[in-house]
Write a protein that binds this ligand. Structure first.
Ligand SMILES: Cc1cc2nc3c(=O)[nH]c(=O)nc-3n(C[C@H](O)[C@H](O)[C@H](O)COP(=O)(O)OP(=O)(O)OC[C@H]3O[C@@H](n4cnc5c(N)ncnc54)[C@H](O)[C@@H]3O)c2cc1C
Length: 325
């Protein structure tokens, strides 16, 4: 990371996905000096299109980010490629702000930090899942449901939420099969719900995926039976990419849904302020279920809170200077 133009910025943003770029746009338009450091691995990179982003429905993820980068640069915001290793409060009495250290050893200072590093989807350990992730191995019906409407869809059970997932995806197709795999036995009530909605239940462990001509075609069970499917819904564990926030003393907490831990996140207030003064977070690192448009909105919200905080500091400094004469 050598190509930034200055050594100290009003705000350094760690992560340049939807949340980070939206925060950068807001801050650059507010005439703040802003640097985005981005490792360029957005979560939805494997997907062909971004859905449910009003005004840009079905845009390729890379294209949406390229548009955003251009908008940030158009207002003087800087974006550099790099991976932040850690951040720390500047040492010394009277020192204000933070030092950010990248993995290549470069450093840069900032009055405030906005961390938008996203999350990691940890997939169940079934061979072949990772290769089809975001293509036919799916998790989010709002991202992919319309694209597999009326097609044969499988749901891989690894926990109690699988029945909920099967009933959910039934909204998009009437051909849903729930693979029991390592998940718990559905309750009598759940079996009744699944039967009433026409969801088939298949016992046995899933050992792999059938792929023909680079297309997922079915689910292979222990014993060799193959059940033809065109998409497989899984439950990933959502782990916040929180290393930079942890280096500042923050601790990720478990997120529960339906009595199950679905991942970890860094808590913030509604405006993205963390428990460390001067440090904000937005997007998937703090809200695991946030979609692209929500991540962008959270980046805007945090940026406006940061700008307000800086205005307070600027005003206090001005009053002190005036009193000193
Ligand atoms: C397969 C798939 C398909 C999806 N499809 C859709 C969809 O159609 N519509 C929708 O609304 N949502 C979709 N999503 C969800 C979407 O990906 C997220 O809502 C969105 O990416 C969250 O934005 P973010 O800015 O919080 O994180 P990200 O987009 O993940 O951006 C985080 C950025 O921070 C960078 N970073 C991480 N750590 C560091 C570090 N230490 N230093 C520097 N940079 C760092 C990363 O490289 C990345 O560029 C999908 C998700 C997946 C997995």
């Amino acid at each position: 990371m050598t190509d930034m133009k200055q050594q100290r910025y009003d705000v350094v943003i760690v992560g340049g996905g939807a949340a980070g770029l939206s925060g950068a746009l807001t801050l650059a338009r507010a005439r703040r000096s802003v640097l985005v450091i981005d490792a360029e691995e957005p979560r939805n990179a494997p997907a062909s299109h971004v859905h449910n982003y009003l005004g840009r429905e079905s845009t390729p993820p890379g294209e949406l980010l390229a548009i955003g980068r251009g908008e940030v640069a158009g207002y003087g915001g800087e974006i550099v490629e790099g991976r932040v290793a850690s951040a720390e409060r500047l040492p010394g009495e009277g020192a204000r702000g933070f030092r950010v250290v990248t993995e290549d050893g470069s450093t840069v200072e900032a009055r405030r930090l906005l961390v938008t590093t996203g999350l990691v989807d940890e997939l169940p350990p079934v061979p072949g899942l990772a290769e089809r992730w975001g293509r036919e191995v799916l998790h989010c019906p709002y991202c992919h449901g319309r694209e597999v409407a009326d097609r044969p869809v499988g749901v891989l059970s690894v926990g109690p939420l699988a029945v909920h997932q099967a009933l959910m995806w039934r909204q998009w197709t009437d051909d849903v099969t729930l693979f029991r795999h390592t998940g718990p036995e559905p309750t009598d009530e759940e079996y009744e719900q699944l039967a009433a909605r026409g969801v088939a239940v298949v016992d046995g462990e899933v050992t792999g995926l059938e792929v023909t001509d680079d297309r997922f075609t079915g689910v292979r069970l222990a014993g060799g039976r193959v059940v033809p499917r065109e998409a497989l819904v899984i439950q990933a564990r959502f782990t916040a990419r929180s290393a930079v926030l942890e280096s500042l003393g923050l601790v990720p907490v478990a997120q529960e849904m339906g009595g199950e831990v679905i991942g970890t996140y860094i808590p913030t207030d509604p405006f993205g302020a963390t428990e460390v003064p001067g440090v904000w977070a937005a997007g998937n690192v703090t809200r695991l279920t946030e979609q692209v448009i929500g991540a962008a909105a959270a980046g805007l919200m945090a940026a406006s809170a940061i700008n307000g905080d800086l205005i307070g500091e600027d005003t206090r400094d001005a009053v002190e200077a005036r009193r000193r004469g």
